[in-house]
Design a protein around this ligand. Sequence first.
Ligand code: TMP
Length: 254
Amino acid sequence: MSRRRQIYEGKAKILYEGPEPGTLVQYFKDDATAFNAQKKGVITGKGVLNNRISEYLMMRLEEIGVPTHFVRRLNMREQLVREVEMIPIEVVVRNVAAGNFAERFGVQEGQVLPRSIVEYYYKNDQLGDPMVSEEHITAFGWATTQDIDDIMALALRINDFLSGLFLGVGLRFVDFKVEFGRLWSDEDMRIILADEISPDCCRLWDLKTNEKLDKDRFRRDLGNVEEAYREVARRLGILPEGGPQDLKGPKTMQ
Ligand code: TMP
C-alpha cells in the first residue's frame, strides 16, 4: 500500500492527501484532549463513533442547504472531504450557560440564555485560543466583514436546525464549536462548514435528567465516556446493535 502524505495532525483528527485534487481524507482518532491539551487520554471507539455521527449530521445539514466540506464516508475511521482554505476562527454558539461561559460570567451552569450567543476564538494553541471580537478578526485580516456575516448566518442556521434535530431524540443542544473554510471555484468563493460535529465539540444533555452525553464526561472525569458517545449515536439511529465494530456502509443507517 502506498503511504499517503499527511497534511495536518490535530488533537483528534489527521488529514491526509486525498485521492483527487481538491480533496482530503479526514481520519478520526480515539485520542482526547482537554484544557488545551493539558489533559490527555484515549476514548476507545470514539473515532469510529465521531466519524459516523459527523457524517450523519453533515448529510442532514446538506439536505437543508448548509454547505459543508463532507463528501462521503470512506470507512470506519475516515471520510473524504473537500480541501478548503481554513479560517483560523473557532465559532462557538451557546444556548444554555455551561463550561467556560458559566465560569467567565458567574452564571449557573444550566441557565437558559435569553438568546443564542455567538462567540469567536482565535485558533492558536500556543496562545490558548483567545476570545476575539469582529474587530480583531477584520483588523488581523483573518476574515472580512462579509465573511463574518456569512459565518454568523451559517452558525445560527446550524444551531437552529441541530437544536431541533437533537430535541427530537431527547437531547438538549447546549453549545457547540465549529470552524469554516473558503472554497474557491474559478473567481467565486463560498464559505462552507469545514469541521466535524460530534460529542467532542458540542454539549449534549439528556432532556429529562440533564445527564451529560459529551466530552465533558472526559473533561470532568465523570466516567462512561464511550458509553455516552455511543448513546448519542444510538439515539440518532445510526448505531447497529453490535456496537461500533458492526458499522458498515450507509445502507445500515436507520
Ligand atoms: P467552552 O465552554 O469550553 O468554551 O466550550 C464551548 C463549546 O465548544 C463546547 O461545546 C465545547 C466546544 N469546544 C471545542 O470543541 N473545542 C475547544 O477547544 C473548546 C475550548 C471548546
